[in-house]
Each structure stands twice: as C-alpha cells, then as structure tokens.
Design a binder for this molecule. Structure first.
Ligand code: Z5A
Length: 219
C-alpha cells in the first residue's frame, strides 16, 4: 500500500486542441514509468456526473440558463471528486483528467461572463483547497482548432455550436489563468505537429515523474 498521494494532472484547452489525442500519450508515459494511474474527464467521470454531462451537452429544447450551467458543472465536479478523484489520489494513484475547474473559469467565466468571485466561491466549496499538481494547457488559434473539429466530422454538441468570438474569450481566459497560476500551469503550443506537441508534454511531465520516483514527494 502506497502511503504517498498520487499526482493530479489536468488537460485543458478549447475545443479540438487535442486533449483526447494526447491523453493516451500521457498515460503511456506513466505506464513506462511504472506509475498507477486512472484517466477520467469532466463534466463526467461517475454515472451521476455523466448524466449531468448529457444534460449539459445535449439539453434538447430547453437550454440551461448560464447559472444553471455553472451549478451543474460544479455539481458534477463535487460528485466526481468525492467518488473518483480523491479516493484515487489517497491510494497513491495518479489521476489524469480531461478538463477540470480551469474549464469553468474559461467557459463559464470567459465565455459566459460569470464573475471570478462566483467561480472562486464554488471552487472553494467543492474543492476545499485541492488543486491539480500540473495543468497542461493545450493552446492554439481558435480558427485552426475549429478546422480540426470540422475535419473530424462529428455532430457538434451545444458548446461546440458556439461562435468564434465565444471560443476566443475562452482561449483568452485560459491564458489569463496560466498567467495567474504559473507554478501549476504549463502552456503547450498545440498547433504544431503531434510529435512536437508530445515533446513539449514530455518536457513538463518528466520532472514530475522523476520527482515522484526519487524524492518520494508529491510537489
Ligand atoms: N465545459 C465547460 O463549459 N465547463 C467546465 O467546467 C467543463 C467543461 C469541465 C465538453 O468538453 C464541453 O464541456 C466542452 C467545454 C465544456 N465543450 N467544448 N468545446 P470535452 O472536453 O468533452 O469536449 P471538447 O473540448 O469539445 O473536446 P474534443 O472536441 O474531444 O477535443 P479534444 O479532445 O481537445 O481534441 P481531439 O479530439 O484530441 O483532437 C481533435 C482533432 O484534431 C482530431 O481529429 C485529432 O486527430 C486532431 N489532432 C490532434 N492533435 C493534432 C495535431 N497536433 N496535429 C494535427 N491534428 C491533430
């Protein structure tokens, strides 16, 4: 039984920046390093939270108002934290999560205009101070990311149907978050070919892995 807490890694970025694609690369690196990990996502990660995800992404005729959307995001997060993330970290398992609270600051804050104070209040209520050890922000111009989503050819969900100006505000809010939290955030140029994106991910991931192996400390 491991008596150390696992590391909590989050992947962030606008639509189509390559979070799903690169998640597999990150977990392969953890496998290579002999680290136990789970992969999860937000909104979602438990049966209840996945139901909330469905309400959020495909709400049908009744569109949630902005406050409903915000509260549902944090309701799903509270469940996900209690049921999945915290138990895993406490067992010494690393958690790699596709989006977390920075997405709420970017989408509900930057995108929809919810105030930073409201977001911070909910963050404190739900997380009680817990923060990721490392947040990898995949960043690229909005237009290029949108072209990648188009190429994928899937039906667009409620968020993906937003206009370019919305995604530009989301991108700006993410970059602002990275400036506000320089110790935790690493910004990755996601517009580059995949091998070069993964080279950057390695640069940020390996120190965390080495630190875990050699010092026995979670930074
Ligand atoms: N949301 C929110 O509002 N508030 C919150 O608090 C949270 C979430 C947690 C669902 O998220 C929505 O919830 C999200 C924000 C909101 N909506 N949006 N937009 P999601 O993560 O499930 O949905 P998503 O952001 O739309 O993810 P995605 O569309 O699956 O994109 P991705 O995972 O970042 O990209 P990908 O599928 O890995 O890559 C896109 C395509 O590009 C694909 O065909 C790849 O093969 C290709 N690709 C990837 N990397 C490259 C490189 N380097 N070169 C060339 N092509 C590449």
């Amino acid at each position: 039984m491991n008596n150390r807490h696992g590391c909590f890694i989050t992947l962030e970025g606008g639509e189509g920046v390559g979070k799903t694609t690169n998640m597999a690369y990150i977990t392969a690196q953890l496998d290579q390093a002999g680290i136990d990990w789970i992969r999860t996502r937000e909104p979602g990660g438990t049966p209840l939270a996945e139901n909330i995800r469905q309400l959020l992404l495909n709400s049908g005729d009744e569109k949630p108002c902005d406050t409903t959307e915000l509260l549902l995001m944090f309701a799903a997060r509270a469940q996900h934290l209690q049921q999945v993330i915290l138990p895993a970290l406490q067992k010494g398992t690393w958690v790699v999560c596709d989006r977390f609270t920075d997405a709420s600051f970017a989408y509900q804050g930057g995108g929809r205009g919810q105030s930073e104070q409201t977001l911070e209040l909910l963050e404190q209520l739900v997380q009680e101070g817990l923060q990721p050890n490392l947040t990898l922000l995949l960043d690229m111009p909005v237009e290029l990311a949108s072209q990648r989503v188009d190429k994928r050819g899937e039906v667009r969900d409620r968020f993906e149907q937003e206009q370019q100006a919305f995604f530009q505000r989301v991108r700006d809010a993410y970059l602002q978050r990275a400036l506000q939290h320089p110790l935790r955030f690493r910004v990755v140029d996601a517009s580059l070919p995949l091998p070069q994106v993964q080279q950057q991910l390695d640069e940020y991931l390996q120190p965390l892995i080495e630190n875990w192996h050699y010092s026995g400390e979670t930074p």
